[in-house]
Ligand binder design. Sequence first.
Ligand code: SF4
Ligand code: SF4
Length: 443
Amino acid sequence: MRARIVDKIRNAGVVGAGGAGFPTHAKADATVDTVLVNGASCEPLLMSDPYLLEAETDSVVRGLTAMLDCTGAGKGIICLKGKHSRAMAAVRDAVAKDATGRLAVFELKDFYPAGDEHVLVREVLDRTVPEGGIPLQVGAVVSNVESLRNVALALDDTPTTHRYVTVTGEVRRRMVARVPVGTLVSDVIAFAGGAAIADFRVVDGGPMMGRVLPDTRQPVTKTTSGLIVLPPDHTVVARKIMDPVRVRRITSTICCQCTQCTDLCPRNLLGHRLHPHKLMRVPQSQVLSNPVAREALLCSECGVCEKYACPMLVSPREVNAQVKKALMQAGVRLEASGRAPTGHPFRAARAIPTARLMHRLNVAQYAAHFDSACEFAATQVAIPLKQHIGAPAVCVVSPGDRVTMGQLIGEIPDKALGARVHASIGGVVESTADAVVTIRAHS
Ligand code: SF4
Ligand code: SF4
C-alpha cells in the first residue's frame, strides 16, 4: 500500500506547504511511529490552517490517515491552538469519530514559535530533535495542514494546483483566499479590494519569517502562506529591506552583549549549542575558522532575537543568516556534539506570547475580520518550475500548447529529489522562459 500512496503523492506534486516546500512523497516514504499535524499557525496573522482545519476537517484527516498508512505510524496527532475554537471543535469531533484509535488532538499553548518543527516535537512528544537534525531522527514526521489536504486530493489523482493564502494588512478586505498557483500577487491584492494605502510593500509569509517581495508581479507558489500589505516604514518591513551589509555592521558595533538574544532563542532553550550573542563578537575574517561561528548552522532564522529580544534593536538573526550562508557555501559542517540536548529549565517561562509579539510588531490591528473561502479565478498565471526543495522540474510543455487545469507541465528530473508541477488553470502556454511557465486562460 505504501508504494501506491507514495506514487500518488509524488504524481500530484505535493510539497510542504508550511515551509521551504520539502517534497511530501519523500516524507511519506519514511518509517516513523508518529505523524504530527502542524496546525500551530505559528506566525502572527496567518489564518489559512485554522480555516482548513475547520472547513476541510475530513479532507485533512483523510490525508493524515494516508500518511499513517505510508509511514507505518501508530499515532497521528493534530496539533492546534485552543484559541481557534471552531477549528478545535471540528477536529475534536473528527477524532472522536475515528474508530481506529490512531488519531489524537494536542492543544498547543499560544506562543511563538510553537510551529517550529523542533519546538513542536518537544511540546507534543517530549522528544528533542538532535542539533541540525530532523524530526525523523526521533521517530516523527511533521506535516502541514494544507499539505495533508493536498495528500487527500492526491489520493483521487487530483494534483496540487491551488493555494490557500491569508491576505491581510492594509487591504480593503482581509481574507483567506484560494488562488491558483502562479497567480500574480497584484491580482490577489486587487481581489482583496486593493491596497488601502498608496505606498506599500508586500510581505510574502508571516511577519516574523516572511520576505518582502521586490514587486507585486511575483507569483503565488505552493509555499505562499500569506501576503501582508504594509507601509514601507512599518517595523516589520523596515528591518527586512535594510542593506544586509549595513545591518551586519551596525549589529556587530552596537551589540552590548546583554545576552537577551541567547536567553530567548528557542533553539538555545531546547538545549542546542546556539549562542547568538557570542556570534556577534566573531570577526568577519574568522567566520570560516572560528568554531563559535559554526553555531550559526543551528539557527532557524525564527527572528525572535531580532524582533523581540534585542533591546538595542539590532539583528542577530541577519548576522546568523549571513554567517550560515558563508559556512554552507564553504561546505563547513558543525561537528556532532555526541550529547543529547537537555532543555533549559526556564524554557516554558521564556516562551513568547503571541499577543505580546503582535503588539511588539504593531500588527494586532490586522488580525480581525477575515472573509473565508474566497475563490479567485485567475486569467493568467506564471508558474515557477522550482517551488520546492530539490531540483527544479523539467518543463514538458512549449509555447503555444493548449493545457487543461491539472495537466503536468514540469517533471521531476531522473533520480533527483523534486516535485512535479501542474497547470493551475486551463489555457494556452505563452512562455516557458526563465524556468517559469506562463499560461493565459482561454478567452
Ligand atoms: S533567529 Fe535568533 S532566536 Fe531564532 S534561532 Fe536564530 S539565533 Fe535563535
Ligand atoms: S540581544 Fe542584542 S545587544 Fe543583546 S547580546 Fe544580543 S545582539 Fe547584542
